[in-house]
Design a protein around this ligand. Sequence first.
Ligand code: PLP
Length: 381
Amino acid sequence: MSRYLANPRRRPTQAAGDDGANLRFHRSLPGYSASPLVDLGEAAARAAGVGRLLVKDERERFGLPAFKMLGASWAVHRAVLDRLERTGGADVDLDGEPFDVLRRALQPLRPMGLTAATDGNHGRAVARMAAILDLPCHIYVPAGTVDARISAIEGEGATVTVVDGTYDDAIRVSAGCGDEWLVISDTSWPGYTDIPRWVGDGYATILHELHEQLDSVPDAVVVPLGVGAFGAAVAAGLPADVGEPPFILGVEPDDAACVQAAVAAGRVVEVPGPHRSIMAGLNCGLASQTALPAIMDRFDGFTTVSDEACATALRTLADLGFDCGECGAATLAGLTSVVGHVPELGQDATVVLLCTEGVTDPVSFRAIVGREPHEAALAGS
Ligand SMILES: Cc1ncc(COP(=O)(O)O)c(C=O)c1O
C-alpha cells in the first residue's frame, strides 16, 4: 500500500551545483557517452495522466547496466588523490587528462585494493574500476542477493563474500577492512563522509547532461531512493532558482522507505529488515547521513511502491519497447501512485523519470513480463 509524504522540511534553497570537474573526469574515461533522454510518446504520457513523459535512460553506462559507475569512478579518483596527499604524496605529475592523472597517482599507493558493500550495482561498478586500474577488489553482498548479480560482480574479477544479514550488515563488514583496502561506500556513517559525498558528486554528471538535453525546465522529476546518495545529487543539480523549480518526487519500496522515515523524523532512523523488495538497489534500511540534508531541503514529496506496482510499471514500459530493471521501473510506479493527488503532477505536466537500471535480473524480468528481455536492454548484464 503506497504511502505519500509531502516534505514538511522543504526549504526555498539555491541549487549548489558544482564546477563540472566530475563531468570532465567522466569524459576522460574510456567508453564515456551521455545517456539518452527518451520521450515515451503521447499515448504513454496520457496513460500516465501527465502531458509529456521523458526518461533519462541510465540502462547502460560504460557498458554496465546501471548509472553507478559515475559515482564509483569519481569517488575512486577523489579518494586516491586524497590518500596520496595524506601519505605525503610522491612526485606525481597531476597535470593532464584526469583519468591519466588517476593512473599515475595510484602507482605509489600500491599494493592497495578496493572494497565495498552492495546490493548489486554499486559493487559491480567498484569492481569494474578495480579491474580497469588493475587493483584487487573484495565486494560484500547481503544474504539473498540473486546469483546473476553475484556472478556479474565476480565476472569483473572481484572476490564476493555473502554476509549473513542485510545490506546494512554488509556495509558494517566492509567498513572493518584494514588500511590496505580503500573502502568505496555510497553511504556514510560517523567519521566516514568524504567518499560517500564524492560518490554522489559523481552522479551529478547525469544532471549536467540533462541540462544540455532539456529544452525547458520540467515540471517534475521522479527519483528512485536507496540510501539517498543519488537523490542528493539530483537535489543539488536541479535548478532551484528558476521561477517554478521542478517538483522532486522520491520513490522507495513499501518496506524499505528509510529516506521517507528519516525525513519524517528529521534524522536517520533504521527501518528494520528483512528488505526483500524486487527493487534490490532500493533495499536499504538506513539513509545516508551526508545525503539527507540536501534531500530534506529540496525534495517536495516521497512515495512508496509495492512490488506489484513496480511489476505493473515494468510491464507498461516493456510494452513500449523500453525493457528495464526493477529500480528503473520504480519511478513510473511512483508517479502512478501520486498522479491525481499532487497538483504539480497534472495532465499538462512534463515529467522526467530517472530510469537508473537495465535488466540486471533476467529471470525476474522473464517472470514479470513473460518474454525474454530485448538484447539492447541487457547491455553489460
Ligand atoms: C539501479 C539503482 N537505482 C537507484 C539506486 C538508489 O541510489 P541511492 O542508494 O544512492 O539512493 C540504486 C542503489 O543501489 C540502484 O542500484
